[in-house]
Design a protein around this ligand. Structure first.
Ligand code: FES
Length: 102
């Protein structure tokens, strides 16, 4: 059954930022776009790279290794060489903390 878990202090994630967190040992990338928080797995589907070390441009996260991109809202791959979607998670801010449904 899915559980909402406390991922981090909301102040750690500024608007237009991406950070890596690991609640329950699960590597996630958190994004804030125009005030809305999104969460995806932190692993690129193309190779061994952390998306939290990539560049966020609007709703697109660019992988730091080969520069493929994903839409953080849906997990869909949006630029080559990425073609396989990444997993997304529900995320929200409550009382100054960011919670993710795992
Ligand atoms: S590992 Fe991410 S684009 Fe290749």
């Amino acid at each position: 059954m899915a559980d909402w878990v406390d991922a981090c202090d909301a102040a750690e994630l500024g608007d237009g930022d991406v950070i890596g967190v690991a609640p329950k040992g699960i590597g996630l990338a958190l994004y804030r776009v125009d005030g809305t928080i999104y969460a995806t797995e932190d692993r690129c589907s193309h190779g061994l790279a952390s998306l939290s070390e990539g560049m966020l441009d609007g709703c697109n996260i660019e992988c730091p290794l080969h520069f493929g991109t994903f839409d953080v809202r849906t997990g869909e791959a949006t630029a080559a060489p990425c073609s396989v979607a990444i997993k997304t998670f529900k995320a929200e801010e409550r009382d100054g903390r960011i919670f993710v449904e795992l």
